[in-house]
Design a protein around this ligand. Structure first.
Ligand code: ZN
Ligand code: ZN
Length: 420
């Protein structure tokens, strides 16, 4: 799919042109007052947000987050007592148990999303925000900040906590469960991460880097072709450096390259894997020598059978409905884009936003599994073994996340002729 180059926008004094990352509309914005946010006039996406004291508040939140994460990693997470046997787990035990049982793919995903990505995100943010306060800021601050953009979606503390909750409810049915300090630390860390998303304005960090001489100030938008940098959000002329962003150096494209083909390939792969993910068992629970393998739907039925229907609904929604709706939603977006449909463009952009943000919640089942596998290893009394279905399921979740990221919603507006 090729997109027509939008016409040059005339230069405006004191205002800058911003391209909407979700519909491609170019609009001029004046200086925003602290505490205000500018939204796209056509699709409602956030164009620019300028929270008050963004950098100071973010630094305070990041430092608190690092302390909480250190507690969450080192302190006991949950302990289990059943028939006089005691088992304790921390944040890393679950991943290790999956590794021991040969499911190294799952072990890596759980470790990356619950420990490595949050640690790298908070560590890198700390480096950038402290670096910018030093008399001589380190020259690699812009590079570190650029990489944060890629790390961010893989930090899944909030989803993990919901997995913890489901595991907890399953366990208290047959054992005494004690929630450890790490669990509370993780709860507070989740709130801190949400607050950082709210307080930290990437645009203000880039402007501070410009002020400190770490990044070049954006060149004037004197007519001619403009390009949006999806990494730092700057809309700037094509310039001598060709497609590279003049501010952060990332490669820029008019639209995400091969977006439609790539998204189709990922969606089809996810559809194929959706079958084994639901047919094969995700885990086997053996209690006092008895038990049989359970599929995802089997797990939901079991929750229903024991009267825990709110939880059954939650797991059904997160594990079965969300992946299916994501796949169907992406197919709808792809087909309407290829047909150049003008039907409900704004609603389709909102659908894209939902598909992109909701996918991570399907990881609840995988996280619950890692907690159960780490905690319930009590020999003859009770064991929980993860099954192969869990690998396909985890692959569906990750592949649909990549599919949503490779789709460029601006193409819907281009193909409908709205960006001419
Ligand atoms: Zn827009
Ligand atoms: Zn950039």
């Amino acid at each position: 799919m090729t997109a027509d180059m939008p016409p040059p926008v005339p230069a405006t004094s004191g205002r800058r042109i911003f391209e909407c990352p979700e519909c491609g509309l170019r609009q001029a914005l004046g200086t925003l007052a602290p505490g205000s946010t500018a939204k796209c006039g056509r699709c409602g996406a956030t164009l620019l947000s300028i929270p008050e004291n963004s950098l100071q508040r973010s630094l305070a939140l990041v430092l608190t987050g690092l302390i909480l994460l250190a507690i969450a990693i080192t302190a006991p997470f949950m302990s289990l007592t059943i028939e006089g046997r005691f088992q304790e787990a921390n944040l890393i035990t679950g991943a290790l148990a999956l590794w021991d049982q040969g499911l190294w793919e799952l072990a890596i995903v759980v470790l990356l999303t619950t420990v490595v990505a949050p640690l790298l995100t908070l560590g890198a943010l700390c480096y950038v925000l402290v670096g910018l306060r030093l008399p001589r800021p380190p020259s690699d601050v812009p590079v570190v900040f650029r990489w944060l953009e890629f790390l961010h979606p893989w930090s899944m503390i909030e989803v993990y906590l919901l997995g913890v909750f489901v595991a907890y409810v399953k366990l208290i049915a047959f054992a005494t469960v004690d929630v450890g300090v790490a669990c509370y630390a993780l709860g507070f860390l989740m709130l801190i991460m949400v607050a950082i998303d709210f307080e930290l304005s990437p645009e203000l960090v880039w402007r501070e880097m410009e002020r400190r001489g770490l990044a070049k100030p954006p060149p004037a938008q004197r007519g001619g072709a403009l390009l949006l940098c999806e990494t730092c959000g700057l809309t700037a002329p094509v310039g001598e450096r060709g497609s590279a962003c003049p501010r952060c150096g990332a490669a820029r494209h008019l639209r995400k390259p091969n977006s439609v083909t790539r998204t189709w390939a990922l969606v089809i792969t996810a559809m194929i894997l959706y079958v084994p993910a639901n047919l094969y068992p995700v885990m086997t629970v053996v209690m006092f020598g008895q038990g049989e393998p359970n599929t995802i739907l089997g797990g939901v039925k079991e929750l229903l059978g024991s009267g825990m229907w709110p939880l059954a609904l939650l797991v059904f929604f997160a594990s079965i409905t969300v992946p299916a709706l994501k796949i169907l939603g992406l197919i709808l977006l792809l087909l309407t884009t290829q047909q150049g449909s003008r039907w409900r463009l704004r609603d389709r952009t909102v659908l894209y936003r939902i598909v992109e943000s909701v996918g991570r919640w399907s990881m609840i089942d995988i996280f619950m599994l890692s907690i159960l596998a780490g905690l319930v290893q009590l020999g003859a009394i009770a064991t929980i073994e993860p099954g192969v279905g869990a690998i396909s399921f985890c692959a569906v979740v990750i592949i649909t996340m990549f599919a949503a990221a490779s789709f460029d919603p601006r193409l819907m507006w281009d193909s409908a002729g709205a960006n001419r």
